[in-house]
Design a protein around this ligand. Structure first.
Ligand SMILES: [Zn+2]
Length: 150
């Protein structure tokens, strides 16, 4: 009987040599759409670096805090940069808290004391946040990027 021969090992298929020819499929880091590698010849506008504080590269420490991403379209490029943009400075968060307090207490006279109670910030934080807010309102660069207090 030939069933007992060395050929019985074939069912495991470990000697498949077609692996080398497999196309490398890349999926979009934003929407997950699978992209064809043929899209990426020459210089590649869809390969980008975003800030990512969680990224650590023991073998390339100069890349710590950044992450290489691939996206399928300029819309995803914009979206992923929006998602990975660096966190706002502390002053901006304090300023947003102050703005929110004013919104939440219309007509109320928010003294510094009351402002600290409402926002939970310390006095130096309130003054730093107020200063930041004042600079913004004076129109240096328009309102903080998309952070609308609710
Ligand atoms: Zn995409």
């Amino acid at each position: 009987m030939e069933n007992e021969g060395p050929g019985a090992d074939d069912e495991f298929g470990f000697d498949d040599e077609d692996d080398d020819g497999l196309p490398v499929l890349i999926d979009c880091d934003e929407c997950g759409k699978v992209m064809e590698p043929g899209l990426f010849d020459g210089d590649d506008p869809l390969l980008s670096v975003v800030p990512d504080p969680a990224a650590v590269y023991p073998e390339a420490p100069e890349r710590n805090g950044t992450r290489l991403v691939m996206v399928c379209s300029s819309a995803c490029f914009d979206a992923i940069h929006q998602r990975f943009r660096p966190p706002p400075p502390e002053e901006e968060r304090w300023a947003v808290a102050i703005a929110r307090a004013v919104w939440d207490h219309p007509g109320e006279d928010l003294t510094p004391q009351r402002m600290r109670e409402v926002t939970g910030l310390s006095a130096p934080q309130v003054s730093a946040g107020a200063e930041y807010l004042r600079k913004r309102l004076e129109g240096e660069e328009g309102p903080p990027g998309g952070e609308t207090p609710k």
